[in-house]
Write a protein that binds this ligand. Structure first.
Ligand SMILES: *Cc1c(COP(=O)(O)O)cnc(C)c1O
Length: 406
């Protein structure tokens, strides 16, 4: 085998090797992946153009359909996830919207966990309703609720685990079993766990979506998203025509940033996770006083901690704190805490190298009704902290310092 004949992604590579090497497609034996900023492609003649459009010639036609840099990102993320295919999108919400709308028709029904990121709730509720798709929102931790929400026209189950921002953990394997039994597909938004800590397809899910904006970029630079799965026919017949024709395509520049980011994803997510676990425990002295709860999936006091340990390799990089007090006092304490932080930024993004904290009730979830928020645990006293790559001791000191002034 010559060097240029090396296969792009041997199956026996371990995940860390895939994250660095999978999908490499070299034009000039360059070591770093090339950025192909081109919208179109020229053909050798009309015969080749025609063959590209019939599919006999597999080359590129137009960057709304495919692009070499985007393909490198897709191949690498699919390899890391252990998925047969990946389609990248311009944002996480483009991925969620494509995964849901491409496969459903008016008259179909969806069952969704009610603990959802604000925009996911908009798509699954408001938007779907306008196109005649009804969604039943349930307490996702209750397996009987999944089963009893199923109707003859149910086509899709949708969940986030751990959820944003309440860090509710759902039993993906059990829910996948119910989906299979009742003839539905299971779509998992795996943003909070990242491809490093949780593998929904192995647990029985049909589709996985990411906001690559979060841990995959992890440095606060670009938006991006991806849909992944194993059913190649579904991708070809359902998802690909939707993405090609409606155009939620990722830019080659963003895909280039993200393909390079995948090389360090494992290191970053594991370091952030260790930091988050350490910081969550450091706040313990305030539990039962200023703090009603410290929510972290791997803490012994997490209500679904056992499921988290069974299906995740680590608790992730997010910690949720709930301030005690009546609603007004709790929110005032949360605001005072955020105002007093010196190192951690107040920002609604997450998964960044920089630690960020937000008050979901007045930011990411402010457009929802109070009733929907309370169902998800988005209370006035809730603060979500995304632990970055700073020294965990400095982060603990910052959070403890702010707590001491609340
Ligand atoms: C951020 C986020 C999204 C949306 O991703 P964007 O890249 O911002 O469009 C979807 N789901 C979850 C859980 C998220 O945190």
């Amino acid at each position: 085998m010559t060097q240029s004949e090396k296969p792009a992604s041997p199956k026996n590579w371990r995940p860390r090797t895939k994250a660095v090497r999978a999908g490499v497609n070299r034009a000039f034996q360059e070591t770093s992946e090339a950025m192909f900023l081109t919208s179109g492609y020229a053909y050798t003649g009309p015969e080749q153009a025609a063959a590209r459009f019939t599919g006999e010639d597999p080359g590129h036609q137009y960057s709304r359909f495919s692009n070499p840099t985007v393909e490198m990102f897709e191949t690498r993320l699919a390899a890391l996830e252990g998925a047969e295919w990946c389609m990248a999108t311009a944002s996480g919400m483009a991925a969620v919207t494509a995964a849901i709308l491409s496969g459903l028709n008016a008259g179909d029904h969806m069952v969704s966990s009610r603990a959802l990121f604000g925009s996911c709730r908009y798509v699954a509720d408001d938007l779907c309703k306008r196109f005649g798709i009804e969604t039943t929102f349930i307490d996702g931790t209750n397996l009987d609720a999944w089963r009893s929400a199923v109707r003859p026209n149910t086509k899709l189950f949708f969940l986030e685990s751990p959820s944003n921002p309440g860090l509710e953990v759902l039993d993906i394997k059990a829910i996948a079993g119910i989906a299979k039994e009742t003839g539905s597909k299971l779509l998992v938004d795996n943003v909070f766990a990242s491809p490093i800590l949780q593998h929904p397809l192995e647990l029985g899910a049909d589709l996985v979506v990411y906001s690559a904006t979060k841990h995959i970029d992890g440095q606060g630079r670009v938006l991006g998203g991806a849909v992944l799965g194993n059913d190649v026919q579904w991708k070809e017949d359902v998802l690909k025509p939707f993405i090609r024709n409606t155009g939620p395509t990722i830019s080659a520049f963003n895909a280039w940033v993200l393909v390079k980011s995948l090389e360090t994803l494992d290191l970053r997510v594991r370091a952030m996770t260790a930091g988050a676990a350490e910081v969550a425990d450091a706040l313990e002295p305030h539990l039962g006083g200023l703090l009603k709860t410290i929510r972290y999936p791997f803490r012994a006091d997490h209500p679904q901690g056992k499921i988290a340990r069974a299906q995740m390799e680590g608790g992730g990089s997010l910690v949720a704190l709930e301030f005690d007090g009546d609603p007004e006092t709790a929110q005032a304490r949360a605001f005072s805490f955020l105002d007093t932080l010196e190192l951690v930024d107040v920002s609604n993004n997450l998964g960044d190298a920089k630690s960020l904290a937000t008050h979901p009730r007045t930011t990411t979830h402010f457009r929802q009704t109070e009733e929907a928020r309370m169902e998800q645990g988005v209370t006035p006293g809730l603060v979500r902290v995304s632990i970055g790559l700073e020294d965990p001791q400095d982060l603990s000191n910052d959070l403890l310092g702010a707590l001491s002034q609340c």
